[in-house]
Design a binder for this molecule. Sequence first.
Ligand SMILES: Cc1ncc(COP(=O)(O)O)c(C=O)c1O
Length: 292
Amino acid sequence: MQDVEGRTPGRPTIAEVSLQALRENCRQAAALVPPGVAVLAVVKADGYGHGAVAAARAFLDGGAAGLGVSMAAEGRELRRAGIDAPIVVLGGAFPGEEAAVVADDLAAAVWTLEGGRALAAAARAAGRTAAVHLKVNTGMTRLGCEVSDARALGEALVAELHLRLDGVFSHFASADAVDTETARAQIARFAGAVEDLATAGIRPRWVHLANSAAVLSQPSAHFTMVRPGIMLYGYPPAADLASRARLQPARWRRGNTPPAALSTPASTRRASTTSASHCASRPARDPISALS
Ligand SMILES: Cc1ncc(COP(=O)(O)O)c(C=O)c1O
């Protein structure tokens, strides 16, 4: 055990997280994609409830090249914990957050020229260059520029002296079914946008679309980087994909009786827990059904 801090009074239930399982699941993801294709491990929403910092460290140990988060605040938490790996803010920066994004050396998703220019201005003020990943909407209709605008926006972004266009990406509309006509149409639209950029001489290093389901079942979506989330925590995104990898659920709930370690003084607890790096414990705040 590594961490039993932050327990909620009156709620002695804790969840144990196997760091070994997290590492091994990440190795499995890396083994499912061709050599040279990078794994961006998604640790949004507090590492899917497993503890973002511990999960991020385990995934980096397991071969992840970088980390994906939803919001800048999540990236900041990882930086404050001393994690210096590349971090991509997949949901982009909210207006006003640009200076913090630059200061924390986070790469932000960008899908409007205003958003890109705001980051460029913050980077210029800090005397730095901000990395960005151009997000293209291929069917999720949540965030992203239109496919037909990708080339012009890409050109405008690379023209900004204080921006570096490191990536281009999109997201599947369905998290669990990516071997469908709809998903194949999204892959084709995304490939078209990447091609449009290339015709303008813009070839971002990281081209990414694949979530867990696509890592497991859709090689044509692997490009140069994949972005698995749920499978890294040990859960196949759909029952019919369960046989594609030997995933180990990383979290299980300990009963309502506080384990002996919880009744020992904090100093003893910390000393005895840091020696074993296979497992982290944390309060179980989420519904028990999520753990069963
Ligand atoms: C932009 C983005 N990429 C990747 C993922 C990982 O998806 P999954 O958990 O299905 O692997 C998510 C998760 O919601 C996401 O929002």
